[in-house]
Design a protein around this ligand. Structure first.
Ligand code: ZN
Length: 179
């Protein structure tokens, strides 16, 4: 991305894939080609995330099975974190395991209490191929773990068990997009 440009300003808003779409439930491929096409995908992902009022978005949520995510997410101190990671690796998830409300653009209108660590570090690359390290705490740490999960073909529902899973499954069945 060119420095100084507003992320997503030149991007297209793409349709968001919904729970049950196979692309959300299989691991994504490593990115091997860095160039204009990747830059454009990241721009489109920002535009799509902002249009949907999300705080993070993975490439398979716009139907592309590639290991890329974007974020514009506050932490618990209200500090804003904005960026993207190509071929991210969750190198650490640590601290306290906290259950907190979590939603996902691929399960619109729903939320459930999901356990996540309150500290996380992701390492990867920018669209320019530069190495990047993204540490996060609180809600932003939750976001980093949620997005890395997407690229491994997991959604937050997969973390739920017992009554929490039953409740969310019932809500999905009743949702206009579910069933
Ligand atoms: Zn999600």
């Amino acid at each position: 991305m060119r420095s100084g440009s507003i992320p997503g300003a030149r991007g297209r808003v793409l349709p968001i894939t919904l729970l049950g779409d196979p692309v959300l439930h299989a691991p994504c491929e490593e990115v091997t080609e860095f160039g204009p096409e990747l830059e454009r995908l990241v721009e489109d992902m920002f535009a799509t995330m902002y249009a949907a009022r999300g705080v993070g978005l993975a490439a398979n949520q716009v139907g592309r099975a590639l290991r890329v995510f974007v974020y514009d997410c506050p932490d618990d101190e209200d500090e804003r974190h904005l960026g993207h990671v190509v071929n991210p690796r969750l190198v650490s998830a640590d601290g306290i395991l906290l259950r907190g409300p979590e939603g996902c653009l691929s399960l619109p209108g729903l939320e459930a209490g999901v356990e996540r660590y309150d500290e996380a570090v992701v390492e990867g690359y920018t669209v320019d191929g530069d190495r990047v390290r993204v540490p996060g705490t609180g809600f932003f740490a939750r976001c980093l773990q949620h997005e890395c999960d997407h690229l491994d073909g997991r959604v937050y529902v997969d973390h739920l068990s017992g009554w929490r899973r039953s409740v969310v499954r019932r809500k999905i069945a009743k949702a206009p997009w579910g069933g």
